[in-house]
Design a protein around this ligand. Structure first.
Ligand code: PCA
Length: 213
């Protein structure tokens, strides 16, 4: 059976919850039906919470890949204020934090990998993924910047690790930034976009099916 690894972050900054963590907790252990031509099969979802800490998240990611060896990895993070599902296209070689991570690291203009390439593209089929999520009636966009905080750090670090290891270089890797949940948005002073958890989960399942078939 194929295996998909979902990673998600816990709360950080001023937020007391992170919808990314709720998504992976609710999808953990689920089986996803796959169609491949006329054949049907199943994939199993496994999950891992990663720390909202710059280098720690990458190290936790590496260990999880080494112990689980999945076929597809989708990492999920919160991007409060975004209007819909954001499929991240790229991770850049910069760590530049405006707020401290959960262990008080606040890098400024630092490379993630010294002498590393400027950027890595995520390796899921991003256009097909966009079309399929949109087709399902879920607001989605392709994003060309995941910022320069812990999520971008993970994208860059994950792709650097996967592409430079022959054992793992065929594993597809995608990153999805998700908006606030309605209850988080309702607590903000300024009106803020949000998306219900059920819709976010539906989008993630579409991405799994579309990138594993
Ligand atoms: N979002 C942050 C880090 C953890 C998360 O869920 C980011 O976009 O970098």
């Amino acid at each position: 059976m194929k295996k998909v690894l979902l990673t998600g972050f816990g709360p950080f900054g001023k937020d007391s919850l992170n919808p990314a963590l709720l998504v992976i907790q609710e999808l953990d252990g689920q089986k996803v039906a796959l169609k491949n031509g006329g054949k049907t099969s199943e994939a199993e979802i496994i999950t891992k919470e990663l720390s909202v800490v710059f280098s720690k998240a990458i190290n936790e990611f590496k260990t999880t890949v080494e112990t689980t060896n999945p076929d597809l990895i989708l990492s999920i993070g919160q991007a409060g204020g975004r209007m819909g599902i954001s499929l991240e296209r790229i991770g850049i070689n910069v760590a530049d934090a405006d707020i401290a991570d959960n262990e008080k690291n606040k890098p400024r203009d630092e490379p993630i990998v010294r002498e590393g390439p400027a950027a890595y593209f995520t390796t899921i089929n991003i256009r097909k993924s966009f079309n399929e999520v949109k087709q399902a009636g879920i607001p989605v966009k392709i994003s060309n910047s995941a910022g320069t905080y812990v999520c971008n750090n993970l994208i860059y670090g994950a792709l650097h690790f996967l592409t430079s290891n022959e054992t793992y270089s065929k594993i597809k890797y995608g990153f999805i930034h998700i908006p606030y949940l309605p209850k988080q948005a309702a607590e903000k002073k300024k009106i803020t976009p949000s998306m219900p958890l059920a819709l976010i989960k539906e989008a993630i399942l579409i991405l799994i099916k579309g990138n594993l078939g």
